[in-house]
Write a protein that binds this ligand. Sequence first.
Ligand code: HEC
Ligand code: HEC
Length: 361
Amino acid sequence: MNLKFYVYFVVIFLLSSACRKDQISRSVTPYQPDVPEHFPNMPVPADNPMTKEGVELGRQLFYDERLSRDNTISCASCHEQKYSFSDKEKFSLGVDGQIGSRNSMALINLAWQEDFFWDGRDESLEEQILEPVVTPHEMDQSWPTTLNKLSADVDYRNQFFNVFGVEEFDSTHVSKAIAQFLRTLISGKSKYDVMYKYQNSLPLTPEEQVIYEQITTEEWAGMDVFFSLSGGDCLHCHDGALAHVNMFANNGLDATFEDAGRMLVTGNPADKGKFKVPTLRNIEHTAPYMHDGRFETLDDVVDHYSFGLVESPTIDPMMEFAHQGGVQLDFQERELLKTFLKTFTDEQFLNNPDFQDPEVN
Ligand code: HEC
Ligand code: HEC
């Protein structure tokens, strides 16, 4: 057979197989995230546009225990919806009951965040998701094994083909699908959101108007304590429509550091003991608190900022009252502040059926 003929047959074969697959299944619908009006636009990476089918695939993977070595742990084992996708342990349990040294993080409004993990070692969700699978004290399974297990399932093979157009999927496709699901975990329907909108003269929907009327004097007073410079002075780091500022800070937990935090990533001693400022959304449901889960209750947290601050060379300059141990809130102010912190609770988020295990609903 001469070369011309050979090329001709190869081209015909490729075209026909491509057409065949396309005809069989690819059909995706763009996913429109439900972004609250008072939020900035949601950034989505150009190489991972969201589709309904991609989000659904990501949800199945998030709840799939086959991602772990002994098929007992899924992402949701340490990120449970009822705890706003964190867990109640000080340190989460991985395969064989192994534990790490950090507290599981709540997964909320991740699309707007720029650094992931307490030390911010990953700059995209797609990168971040590759880690827990292989981490020994988490899922403890190599990617080749994970891919073998998942691709034995014809339903997954069909879904990956449909969503990404690949006949053999790899770890990047798994992480892209999970990232699409994680970007749908949006919380913007708490009492705080209504208070924020009201204070910024943004129009309230009829549904929000009803919530507005339920806001108590104590909740408004607690908001004042939170934002006031002569009160809790919390606004520097926990602020805005998202109630989250993209930064790392040392909030005065320790004088010396067992976990160097941000410095582990940058190597810069000026970053020693700094951690990602976590979201305060659903804070009532994400105990225990801080990177090492040292505080069990919101009382402990409020006491820390009131009179438990410890000075160190990298303490944030915004912790203005560290020299006197904290902002010295009296009993009533501490109660009000706690009441305000509970306005971040978003019941719709905590009960949203779209976020649940697809096997269950
Ligand atoms: C064994 C428990 C465990 C499992 C399983 C687990 N995680 Fe986590 N997750 C954690 C802990 C602990 C942290 C914080 C770790 C750190 O900062 O070093 C974290 C952090 C994260 C973050 C960063 C959030 C932020 O605000 O920076 C994301 C996103 C995340 N996990 C997603 C996942 C996904 C997706 C999976 C499944 C592929 C998964 N996790 C599996 C415990 C777990
Ligand atoms: C200088 C910045 C800064 C200020 C000001 C600040 N925080 Fe924080 N906050 C942080 C950082 C950083 C963390 C995480 C620290 C860690 O885990 O090591 C944190 C953690 C928290 C947590 C625990 C969150 C979780 O998921 O574990 C709560 C609750 C909290 N802060 C509430 C407050 C309140 C209330 C105030 C005001 C009294 C306040 N913060 C003032 C930076 C700040």
